[in-house]
Write a protein that binds this ligand. Structure first.
Ligand code: GLU
Length: 449
């Protein structure tokens, strides 16, 4: 396991003691601090201005009650969160997650990651994240709508196109953004398109936003392959998850000549040697809101479904964890290495445990961290904001080209920065340092605030 620079040990200790029990947040902070040793050595001005300590403390944390009435007429209660982490580079920007596992520690880890990810895009957006412990599973659309309306009835006073711009994440897609935007519009009496991203195409949304995170991850891997004079052609790929990120990662891998042989959900995974049938997967997941087991049942004998074991035991050259945090552990990393995996790129946020990351690194597997590899989603959100601000809308082709260009530039920045700080080829070091220094320099310029 990498060690922390001596200067940074008290910073990390302070984060742990100020945020007790928030283990995912501690993990995300530690991962960044582990890369910053050479930066603090070279730049004493960051320590003088306590930039890192300030960066680890969110600018504002909002926690609120979300009461709503279910279809049976019973009152339900959830907790809502918005952590406005850092606005040195622009308005807070980051998604909302609706999932029963959501608590302050998850929102803070996601918000912290978002600061560096957003910085890496090169666009003028700060970092934030929000969500609720609401579980959309098994809820009717009417229940989801009432929940979203109640959530926005409090959130509206904290957000705005120049203040804080939420979007989707796990459990929040186009349907939820619609209900949230509708309620925002109603309570503020403003058609403020730029207040949320991930909107529908007929009411201010951007082409490619739905596809952006998955496409972006695959574009990033394409850059990694190109750097070693390789391509997706004929590559066997495993994609965990089957939500928005996974579906569009699979689509782009197939377009680029690779073959995705497995995907999953929280109940199990399906293996299909001839390649996942994406039209059917989209139908089951996007239209019917069904499960991977439903997909497998529809495919019959060509698909093998398993509710036990790990998707990472399926042999592949490229692994794209696109489900959720800490889904790929040390044992999984060993399996991937034993099966000859060459590249792991995170489509989800922090899906690889620190132990797994260290094992992959030691085995020479090239590893792209989420803050670089999945930045395509938020980068396209920034493009949506740009279109909203100019009351314009771009074509699919133009927007996809902008996304591809952004991923190319993030890839380049990671490698260039890693090289400059003596860790050639290390995307983790490159992403953390490049993301950090841009925010840190802005914080220095803005004074002690
Ligand atoms: N939730 C996405 C992420 O993790 C997108 C955020 C956004 O578009 O603002 O980056």
């Amino acid at each position: 396991m990498p060690v922390l620079d001596e200067q940074l040990i008290p910073v990390f200790d302070e984060v742990v003691s100020r945020n007790p029990g928030e283990i995912e947040f501690h993990q995300a902070v530690r991962e960044v601090l582990e890369s910053l040793g050479p930066v603090v050595a070279k730049h004493p001005e960051y320590a003088d201005a306590e930039v890192i300590r300030r960066l680890c403390e969110p600018e504002r944390q909002i926690i609120f009650r979300v009461p709503w009435v279910d279809d049976a007429g019973r009152v339900q209660l959830n907790r809502g969160f918005r952590v406005e982490f850092n606005s040195a580079l622009g308005p807070y920007k980051g998604g909302l997650r609706f999932h029963p596992s959501v608590y302050l520690g998850i929102v803070k880890f996601l918000g912290f990651e978002q600061i560096f990810k957003n910085s890496l895009t090169g666009m003028p957006i700060g970092g934030g994240k929000g969500g609720s412990d609401f579980d959309p599973k098994g809820r009717s659309s009417a229940e989801v709508m009432r929940f979203c309306q109640s959530f926005m009835t409090e959130l509206f006073r904290h957000i705005g196109e120049y203040t804080d711009v939420p979007a989707g994440d796990i459990g929040v897609g186009g349907r939820e953004i619609g209900y949230l935007f509708g309620q925002y519009k109603r309570v503020t009496n403003r058609y403020e398109s730029g207040v949320l991203t991930g909107k529908g195409l007929t009411w201010g949304g951007s082409q490619v936003r739905t596809e952006a995170t998955g496409y972006g991850t695959v574009f990033f891997v394409k850059e990694m392959l190109t750097a070693s004079r390789d391509s997706f052609d004929g590559k066997q790929v495993v994609v965990s998850g089957s939500g928005n990120v996974a579906i569009y990662a699979i689509e782009k891998v197939h377009q680029l000549g690779g073959r995705v042989v497995a995907c999953s959900d929280s109940d199990g995974y399906v293996v299909e040697e001839s390649g996942i049938d994406l039209d059917l997967l989209k139908e089951v997941k996007e239209l019917q809101r069904g499960r991977v087991s439903d997909y497998a049942a529809r495919r019959g004998s060509s698909a093998k479904y398993s509710s036990k074991g790990s998707i990472w035991s399926v042999p592949c050259q490229i692994a794209l964890p696109c489900a959720t945090q800490n889904e790929l552990n040390g044992a999984d990393a060993k399996r991937l290495v034993a099966n000859g995996c060459q590249i792991v790129a995170e489509g989800a946020n922090m899906p690889t445990t620190p132990e797994a990351t260290a094992l992959l690194h030691a085995a020479g597997v090239r590893f792209a961290p989420g803050k670089a590899a999945n930045a395509g989603g938020v980068a396209t959100s920034a493009l949506e904001m740009q279109q909203n601000a100019s009351r314009d809308s771009w074509t699919f082709e133009h927007t996809e080209e902008r996304l591809a260009k952004t991923m190319r530039s993030i890839h380049h920045r990671c490698l260039e920065t890693a090289d400059k700080y003596g860790s050639t080829g290390d995307y983790v070091v490159g992403a953390n340092i490049a993301g950090f220094t841009q925010v840190a320099d802005a914080m220095l310029a803005l004074g002690i605030i």
